[in-house]
Design a protein around this ligand. Structure first.
Ligand code: CU
Length: 278
């Protein structure tokens, strides 16, 4: 494997960005380059797949893992790992986890996919040297690894349009925030929620909701959840950030009428809502 490695590796952070026109605040459109890295089967697993990385202009990176040849109907975990010291080869270097994907379950043919929106700086350079896919029930079993120190393959450029939606305080809260929504031409949507003045050191949940029937005002319409963010915890000042990469179709039209931020321990407590129909 070392024979194939080139002396000067290109850090993931240096992925080229082609900017056709950009605006990181408010609304705007841009073009970003996309790179694909192949997964290499580990331990004779016979599995395969790829990791697609798109570096956005707002400091976030969208990663989609597509894998096949794994054990059917089985739960897997995947992580970005930092470069470790055990080997000069990234996949054998034993580095620590820097960012985790949500666990995912393979279909009846052993294929699966998982998406993650990350803060780019957390997975750049040596902080994002490789991605491992682990058996969720036994993390020591690693059927696939993608070496991100390899050059990767250029994919057709991806265009995006960004739109910022303000959160409105609900129920007497004095919190505030913004939902930064980037709709990408590959059928995904990258959403970053930046919220302030919530309760300090407290866990919150957030979801896209469909338009409900209780009101014509989306935030009062009590519609069902269509896409959920990972729970997040505010800092000592009550500020928090959470990111989500999802399929645009899941929140298209009335399926994505509003985004609520809920107290994780009491979902009926909703301090913030962003009306996406405005
Ligand atoms: Cu909700």
């Amino acid at each position: 494997m070392n024979i194939l490695r080139i002396a000067t590796v290109i850090p993931a952070a240096m992925l080229a960005l082609t900017i056709a026109g950009c605006n990181t605040n408010g609304s705007g459109s841009f073009t970003a380059s996309a790179k694909q890295y192949l997964f290499t089967p580990q331990g004779g697993s016979g599995a395969s797949g790829n990791a697609k990385k798109v570096v956005l202009l707002d400091g976030s990176t969208a990663t989609t893992l597509t894998v096949s040849g794994l054990t059917p109907l089985t739960q897997y975990a995947a992580h970005y790992h930092a470069k470790g010291t055990a080997s000069s080869s990234a996949c054998a270097s034993g580095g620590g986890i820097t960012e985790g994907f949500e666990s995912f379950t393979t279909d009846a043919s052993g294929s699966g996919s998982v998406k993650l929106l990350s803060e780019t700086s957390k997975i750049s350079g040596s902080a994002g040297a490789y991605i491992n896919v682990h058996l969720a029930s036994s993390l020591a079993t690693v059927p696939l690894c993608a070496d991100l120190e390899q050059a990767g393959t250029d994919l057709p450029a991806i265009t995006g349009t960004s739109s910022d939606k303000s959160f409105t305080a609900q129920g007497g809260s004095n919190a505030s925030g913004v939902a930064k929504i980037v709709t990408l031409s590959d059928g995904t949507k990258a959403t970053t929620l930046v919220v302030t003045s919530l309760q300090a050191n407290t866990q919150y949940a957030a979801h896209y909701h469909a338009l409900g029937v209780a009101s014509t005002n989306p935030c009062q319409s009590a519609g069902p959840i269509t896409l959920g963010f990972a729970n997040f915890t505010t800092d000592a000042s009550g500020n928090g950030t959470v990111r989500l990469l999802g399929l645009t179709a899941a929140v298209a039209g009335d399926l994505g009428a509003y985004i609520n931020v809920h107290l994780a321990t009491d979902l009926s407590n909703v301090p913030l809502c962003a009306d996406l129909k405005k």
